[in-house]
Design a protein around this ligand. Sequence first.
Ligand code: NAD
Length: 496
Amino acid sequence: MHTVPLLINGEFTPSSSSEFIDVTNPADNSVIAKTPCATQVEIEQAIASAKAAFETWKDVPVTERARVMMRYQALLKTHHDEIATVLSQETGKTFDDAKGDVWRGIEVVEQAMNVPSLMMGETVENVARGIDTVSMIQPLGVCTGITPFNFPAMIPLWMFPLAIACGNTFVLKPSEQDPLTPMKLAELFMQAGAPAGVLNIVHGGKEQVEPLLTHPDVHAVSFVGSVPVGQYIYKTATDHMKRAQCFAGAKNHSVIMPDANKEHVINQMVGASVGAAGQRCMAISVAVFVGESQQWIDELAEKIAQVKPGVWDDKNAGFGPLISPAAKARVLSLIQQGKDEGATCLVDGSDVTVAGKESGNWVGPTVFKDVTADMAIYQQEIFGPVLCCMCVETLDEALALVNNNPFGNGTSIFTNSGSAARKYQREVTVGQVGINVPIPVPLPFFSFTGWKNSFYGDLHAYGKQAVRFYTETKTITSRWLEDDIARGPNMTISID
Ligand code: NAD
């Protein structure tokens, strides 16, 4: 049985812990590895190693740091299939979707390759007579990251490459449910020439996260995961005077206007709702049909019903299993609640299984209509292959529904009307908006900008905002005028 190592000071070492968590193949729940719950001493060592490495890494020229990222990007591309295979085996994602998970992370590494221009400061010459002002950004020190199970390549890659390219060092605590993919990413990072201690990895759950939020040598905390944990991490980290950015849960709505192209809507909504078994923070879980477009609900349901779950290397599988038996039990209980509360279940995936893999965490595609805002299936993030269909008469009503929802990660509108699209993009209180694009995840030269209960903090993931998050600004005002001495003392606050 493979036991997942820790990465401390450049060494992949076994933990001395006596506590382990099983890593399973969600397609049959067989155990494929064991993750240690790192001891408090090991976590101290990881932070100490990052702190020591910072002393030299911060002085490595920015061009050299960028070159580590260039080599890393090349290695990730060379090993793309290999990483995706590991990822598929521990998450159950279909191979193509697993490749997408890795690819969206590689794109962030490509952004980290641009770090010299991203770190450029500002200069104004002659702010007063003979005085120039320059601002520059400098790294913070040790940064930490806590990541969820659903994107074990992309989300760690949202964090450590940019933090490290900016000159920081990092301690990552990946999800205990799929730590093999992040370890693969770390092996390649070391091969790319990252010095010992620049990236460290510890494993476990809440107990292992605690010191990463409270330790005096940690300067910034990045988190992605569920709402209660995100709130706890944001409060704990900021209580301990750390910078924090916490990306949390979601309930993403698509608004379907009657003037949209029906075929396009149906095709886009299938993948956006049940792709990755709905375990995406940007999955569309609510379709809001405006006016006449509600006549398309049955056709959409029929198309969604044709999608079959299956094992990761089955080319005909539309998506894989849920991550764990607990996740499956939660989704099944919400489906039952939907039925009990009076929603009409057009497609019911509760009893779906996959031949030969009956012990897996399967839930088939599920579609409800007649959903109302007071139902549990509307109020809670289901994180399963379940689409809730709701009907309203006007765009204003659709906007009110979306804006009253406490989440604000992503949303989309399908329409052929420029004015409807513009009204929606201006008035919706959600941070990422798609127009005829169901899942509008921005590429890494922008930032990932969830709002409301989907994000706690100010500066978002990747792009320029991440560079600001992982750096501090220093402003330097200088004078080099020889005739200054003759002017005598200046007793005022003004610069001249
Ligand atoms: P989770 O909150 O259970 O776990 C996330 C991380 O926090 C893991 O590393 C876990 O070990 C750790 N953790 C769990 N409980 C903790 C506690 N009490 N104290 C400290 N740390 C703890 O989330 P998950 O189930 O792995 O991921 C799914 C969730 O992540 C969904 O809600 C999804 O919407 C969200 N998510 C959000 C985004 C986004 O960008 N907004 C992206 C991906 C996933």
